[in-house]
Design a binder for this molecule. Structure first.
Ligand SMILES: C[S@@+](CC[C@H](N)C(=O)[O-])C[C@H]1O[C@@H](n2cnc3c(N)ncnc32)[C@H](O)[C@@H]1O
Length: 222
């Protein structure tokens, strides 16, 4: 797996802000994830993984999703996870080592420079807003998956309708976790054009979403 040092602008500045934020946030990160645990489980379920599948945990952070993904693909499958935060990844590595999983690999890279040793059957995005807003990152990630690969995405978005006056608070909430905290109206709109059977389900009264679909290009599809 390789990682390029050339970083397209403005992604470089966004990534620097993200790495700085997670340097401070990594230690207490897992303690903040309890309230969204059921969303994590539902997003994993939306992938409809089967034993033997390969799945990429995009920006795996501390590795909180690894056990859920690994349970689904079983010992014959494979889980890859990457992240650009050394502090978050250190925890993911410790998690893999403690569990003794031989078929789970986590590694450091920026999303736009990602390479994998094989194409995967599924892409899992759980609270990966900066990556979804980066065209270079989205292009690279879809390029490492098989045509027809399952994709599931969870994240934060702006409220619509009556609760829209609360969106300044939603922005501030997202600010703490992202280098590019805005563009919360349709955070999925850079990856959606790559997908067929695309669905979005609101979560948290409309402040969150779970989206799913499949990469286009499977046999018999456009
Ligand atoms: C909100 S955390 C989510 C972590 C994990 N997916 C989870 O659900 O717990 C966002 C993660 O994205 C990572 N990240 C943000 N931009 C990235 C990029 N361009 N390349 C790699 N990792 C990135 C951050 O380091 C952070 O670990």
């Amino acid at each position: 797996m390789t990682s390029s040092t050339s970083d397209p602008t403005p992604d470089q500045a966004i990534r620097q802000r993200s790495v700085e934020k997670y340097r401070k946030r990594a230690e207490g990160y897992d303690d903040t994830c309890g309230p969204t645990w059921s969303i994590r489980e539902r997003t994993v379920a939306a992938l409809a993984l089967e034993p033997g599948h390969t799945v990429l945990d995009v920006a795996c952070g501390t590795g909180l999703s690894l056990s859920l993904l690994r349970d689904r693909v079983g010992p014959a499958g494979r889980v890859y996870g990457f992240d650009h935060s050394p502090e978050m990844l250190e925890q993911a590595r410790a998690r893999v080592a403690a569990a003794g999983w031989q078929n789970v690999t986590v590694f450091a890279t920026a999303a736009h420079a990602l390479t994998l040793p094989e194409e995967v059957d599924a892409l899992f995005f759980h609270y990966t807003h900066d990556i979804l807003r980066s065209p270079a990152a989205v292009e690279r990630i879809v390029a490492v998956a098989k045509p027809g690969a399952r994709v599931a995405i969870a994240g934060i978005k702006y409220f619509r309708g009556l609760l829209a006056p609360l969106n300044a608070w939603v922005y501030l909430k997202n600010y703490g976790y992202n280098g590019a905290p805005g563009e919360l109206r349709s955070p999925w709109d850079r990856i959606a054009p790559h997908l067929v059977d695309f669905r979005i389900e609101p979560t948290q009264f409309g402040m969150g979403y779970i989206a799913s679909g499949r990469l286009a290009g499977a046999t018999g599809e456009p």
